[in-house]
Design a protein around this ligand. Structure first.
Ligand code: AHM
Ligand code: MG
Length: 300
């Protein structure tokens, strides 16, 4: 049975060390999720009130990755700016608790992480990442890990010899070409006409609506069933809601490894420069032909 740490060895021993530290932080976070509820009195740079769990997830991951000894910079959605730790080492970009508006209702959440080889000197592109992953805190805890060429799915083992480790469930994940589900964020009245037309077409083709309010959960459905997830440009937010560095970039990298495609509505997210840590971008991601059709509608 291969663990996440085993799979990461193809990227060198330091990557294995980093992902071991990440796993330990996730296991601690899972133990705390039932106990830590409520908001804090602080706000992040996007003006969102931080939940106690947002802050805890951020602290656990920061501590674990700092202590791993192989990270030079950590940038997270909850920090005001990237934190330099050492002269040499990987740069990691993290959304510590994606979907934290789902805490009260006990719906899906997860953690997103992208890893760059060296220092984070803007502009960077998501295609510069050497690997990326996300977890889904659901009925079981799963993790999707991608190198440039391959996406793997793993599951966290809770008892026995492999307790506390992510073990391989499936290698070479491919987003199905036949689409079955779609989810689109933002309120319908704020969608651009091309997005409304796109959704009409998807419904006419018989795709089923699946929207759960967390990027990790919603993208995970698309990865398994084929289709599209979008958090579009809207009339009031032309750059969309999702963060390019922490959310769209790593998810786009994973989608491409699974032979899918991610776009900002015009072109590939993977090659779209990230010029600031707090940059947002529209995101349309999933089965390649479906996302390409959206680009076509946006052009016309
Ligand atoms: P978060 O990282 O603060 O949870 O915000 C990002 C989340 C995404 O997971 C999800 O796709 C989106 O926000 C949902 O937004 P909305 O609540 O507007 O549907
Ligand atoms: Mg998020």
């Amino acid at each position: 049975m291969r663990t996440l740490v085993d799979i990461a060895k193809q990227l060198g021993p330091e990557m294995s060390g980093l992902l071991d530290a990440f796993t330990q932080a996730v296991v601690t976070l899972l133990d705390e999720i039932p106990n830590v509820q409520g908001t804090s009195s602080s706000f992040n740079i996007y003006g969102e009130e931080q939940k106690q769990l947002d802050l805890l997830a951020n602290d656990l991951l920061l501590n674990a990755l700092e202590n791993s000894g192989c990270v030079s910079t950590i940038a997270t959605e909850e920090l005001d700016k990237p934190k330099k730790i050492a002269e040499r080492g990987f740069s990691v970009v993290i959304d510590p608790l994606d979907g934290s508006s789902n805490i009260e209702s006990n719906n899906l959440m997860g953690t997103i992480m992208g890893i760059y080889q060296d220092a984070l000197n803007f502009p960077v592109k998501p295609s510069d990442q050497i690997c990326a992953l996300y977890t889904v805190y659901g009925p079981s805890t799963t993790l999707v890990f991608a190198t440039r060429s391959t996406a793997y799915e793993l599951v966290l083992v809770r008892k026995g010899e492999y307790k506390g480790k992510f073990v391989e469930k499936k290698a070479n994940l491919i987003i199905p070409e036949k689409p079955s589900v779609y989810g689109v964020g933002g309120s319908k009245k704020s969608w651009l006409p091309a997005v409304s037309k796109f959704v009409e077409e998807l419904e006419q083709k018989g795709l089923k609506l699946r929207y759960g309010g967390s990027l990790v959960g919603d993208f995970n459905q698309v990865l398994h069933n084929g289709g599209v997830f979008a958090y579009p440009a809207t009339l009031d937010r032309p750059e969309g809601k999702l963060r390019h560095l922490y959310e769209a970039g790593p998810i786009a990298f994973i989608a491409h490894a699974a032979k899918g495609y991610a776009s900002d509505g015009k072109s590939s997210i993977l090659e779209k420069p990230i010029t600031r840590h707090d940059q947002c971008t529209p995101l349309y991601v999933g089965t390649t032909a479906v996302v390409k059709r959206l680009e076509e509608l946006m052009r016309s």
